[in-house]
Design a protein around this ligand. Structure first.
Ligand SMILES: Cc1ncc(COP(=O)(O)O)c(C=O)c1O
Length: 415
């Protein structure tokens, strides 16, 4: 299923291997790598290190490997197993560190997408997929309606789309983004099982399936009945013709949007020892990183690693989760107000950063501009009638007022 680029990708040995070898053995002079040192330490400007209390220059300023820091890769793999209990007993690759999710998706796109390849996405999706898969790599994006009209994931529509696209094709690419941007929907365990069954059946009929999970908003699951795992865990080890690729990162999960640390991890069904296959996939992916950004910020990786290793990490995350959940529940409460029913219908949401409204009486873009100009309230308009609300940026106590302003804005536009 590799693209032509993916077939050619490799992890170059020359310079990097020589440098690594010298790091171990060159006890006298090491004149291999393109960095600079002074008195046995990385050369640095004190003004750069001054704000970085607690970190040495060797942790902050030196190059990290193209694959990412080994300790971080191992910690993230462990975390994936911990957060996805049903992965237990199934072997996944070591994650490759990328410059957050966008870059991870771009590397996946380089490695697996050829011009004309089909990529199946829901009709409600993050707009940047178009740039990453279609504009950059020439993929053909085909969509299915995300919801069935009854507040549930549209399994029928999904299956129909997968079936029709798989017919006569050697491979299809499916991108699953849960919690979904823009709607904030994640599937129930039953829905996730059925999604995995549909993709497994497709692989069994001879069409290779590359299933990419974009888990940007992973972990922010608010309802009791939502699957509190990635669909990745349902896809690993199912069929040799089905390769699951997990793209995730700390961007949204750990509230470090600008640090730019993400991961690409593979879950395959391999007869025998999977090590050789994972090693090859990791090397190709590492080559993709090497050829695009060379390596991810060492400083960022070190900060993430130190946070994950700190004894307070789990508690800190739990604290922020509860704040986000309280906001989500406040949004649900506000949306249940019957006076809003004539103005909009909320798409189902149970997770993530967003809620999304389908407007009934006015155009989304007109409303967006009106709310901004009249009330200083910013929202995102998507298409003709959809309004995306990042409740992640609203304090809980402001949420009722926020929706009242949206309502008022609609009434003014109607008048
Ligand atoms: C679904 C989805 N995937 C990926 C990203 C990009 O994440 P990153 O900032 O880590 O590149 C976003 C950001 O908005 C997103 O909504």
């Amino acid at each position: 299923m590799l693209s032509n680029v993916g077939k050619q990708l490799f992890f170059p040995k020359g310079l990097l291997t020589q440098g690594a070898e010298a790091k171990e053995k060159a006890h006298r002079f090491n004149a291999t790598i393109g960095m600079a040192s002074e008195k046995g330490k990385p050369m640095h400007l004190p003004s750069i290190m001054a704000p970085l209390k607690g970190l040495g220059a060797e942790e902050a300023l030196t190059y990290a490997p193209s694959f990412g820091l080994m300790a971080l890769r191992q910690a993230w793999r462990e975390a994936i197993y911990k957060k996805n209990k049903s992965l237990k007993g199934r072997e996944i690759s070591l994650p490759i560190v990328t410059n957050a999710l966008t870059h991870g998706l771009s590397v996946v796109s380089d490695m697996w997408v050829d011009p004309g390849d089909v990529i199946v996405l829901p009709d409600k999706m993050w707009g940047n997929y178009n740039m990453i898969f279609s504009v950059r790599r020439g993929a053909v994006i085909v969509t299915y309606p995300l919801f069935d009209g009854q507040g549930k994931f549209n399994l029928r529509g999904f299956e129909a789309r997968i079936r029709s696209e798989a017919e006569g094709r050697k491979k299809i690419i499916v991108l699953l983004n849960f919690p979904n941007n823009p709607t904030g929907y994640a599937p129930t365990p039953g829905e996730a099982d059925k999604i995995a069954d549909i993709l497994t059946r497709t692989a069994q009929t001879g069409t290779g399936v590359l299933a990419v999970t974009d888990d940007a908003y992973f972990g922010l699951f608010y309802d009791e009945d939502v699957l509190a795992e990635s669909v990745f865990s349902r896809l690993c080890g199912r069929d040799p013709g089905l390769l699951a690729v997990k793209v995730d990162g700390v961007t949204k999960e750990d509230y470090v949007w600008g640090l730019r640390v993400g991961f690409v991890t593979y879950g395959a069904s391999i007869q025998g020892d999977p090590k050789a296959v994972y090693d090859a996939l990791e090397r190709k992916t590492g080559g993709g990183v090497r050829g695009s950004i060379s390596s991810v910020s060492h400083l960022s990786q070190e900060l993430v690693l130190k946070s994950m290793q700190s004894g307070a990490y789990a508690e800190e995350k739990k604290g922020k989760f509860h704040i986000m959940k309280a906001r989500a529940l406040e949004v649900k409460k506000a949306l249940s107000n019957p006076k809003y029913a004539s103005k909009w219908e909320a798409y189902p949401f149970n997770s993530g950063y967003f809620a999304c409204l389908k407007l009934k009486t006015v155009q989304a873009e007109s409303l967006r501009v009106h709310l901004l100009d009249r009330y200083g309230v910013g929202v995102i308009s998507l298409g003709r009638a959809d309004l995306r609300i990042a409740f992640s940026c609203l304090e809980k106590e402001d949420i009722p007022e926020f929706f009242d302003i949206v309502y008022q804005g609609i009434r003014e536009l109607e008048a």
